[in-house]
Design a protein around this ligand. Structure first.
Ligand code: ZN
Length: 290
């Protein structure tokens, strides 16, 4: 026992050879080496010798002396980054699928996890068919050389169709918009897909879209298939409006009529529930009853 020190306990007999505690424990204890060991020099050292004679181990900053020999504390849990959803305990291949699903639009973390485990349970043949379908989309699908819609051929089936009205081109932002308009069966003209909209906030300029291709298409048109109207069917948000304005300024000087889809009341809507902007646009775009 060392005079004047508390929390001191003898853990080895005088002169007994001892092995140093583990590195983590070494930080918490101090070994007092006496003049019996000539190598020791000053009377007190932090444990750094591989072998020494122990008189006592003075436990620092603890209440119980034996707490110095507790196992290393558990490593702190690293929090999962909010943009990375890899649940703990998930096998690496499954975690990879979860991350891949998460990047899809409209898929949250829970849905990604559910889909991934559905894949795990899926028969192998079915999973291979799905994988082949996904690969095929990237390998076989290309953009139509005329309208930039998605197609398997160099030119899409709409551009090839001789029954289509070639004097009207409807300009849309995305290929899905073509599908939506085709579903109406109310339009029989051609399309042009921009693959986006001008967006100053997102840094998307006209040069990033298929606008140049549209203007070249209008310039190089055949006299027999002269375009007389371009319908701008971009979205009714800020980016869509900016794109419509750009197209109107670029196309009108060529003597081609540029129109915009009317913004009005959805079918089956009560007037009293319509929002102010929609109601105002409906008034502006009113048409004679036929
Ligand atoms: Zn086409």
């Amino acid at each position: 026992m060392v005079k004047g020190l508390t929390n001191t306990t003898p853990l080895a007999e005088w002169g007994q050879e001892g092995i140093l505690p583990s590195p983590a424990q070494r930080e918490r204890v101090r070994v007092r080496v006496t003049g019996e060991d000539k190598r020791a020099g000053p009377a007190e050292h932090h444990t750094s010798f591989p072998s020494f004679k122990i008189i006592s181990i003075i436990v620092l900053n603890t209440i119980s002396p034996m707490s110095a020999f507790r196992p290393d504390p558990p490593r702190p849990i690293t929090p999962v980054a909010p943009d990375s959803y890899t649940p703990r305990g998930v096998a690496a291949p499954v975690a990879r699928v979860i991350e891949a699903f998460r990047r899809l639009p409209g898929i949250g973390p829970k849905s990604a996890q559910r889909l991934a485990y559905h894949l795990v349970r899926m028969p192998e043949a079915e999973a291979e068919e799905l994988a082949e379908a996904i690969t095929g989309v990237k390998l076989r699908i290309k953009l139509c050389t005329v309208c930039a819609d998605i197609t398997e051929q160099p030119t899409c089936h709409i551009c090839q169709d001789p029954n289509r009205d070639r004097s009207v081109i409807c300009v849309v932002e995305e290929p899905l918009d073509v599908t939506a308009l085709e579903r109406t069966r109310a339009y029989n003209g051609l399309y042009h897909v921009l693959h986006g909209a001008i967006s100053p906030t997102s840094g998307i300029a006209a040069s990033d879209l298929k606008i140049k291709e549209l203007l070249q298409r209008l310039q190089n048109q055949q006299p027999s298939e002269e375009v007389t109207e371009v319908i701008v069917a971009t979205n009714t948000n800020l980016d869509g409006e900016a794109t419509a304005m750009y197209l109107q300024r670029a196309i009108t000087p060529a003597g081609i009529k540029v129109t915009r889809l009317a913004r009005g009341l959805p079918s089956g809507t009560d007037i009293e529930y319509a929002d102010d902007a929609t109601l105002a646009h409906s008034l502006e775009s009113r048409a004679e009853i036929q």
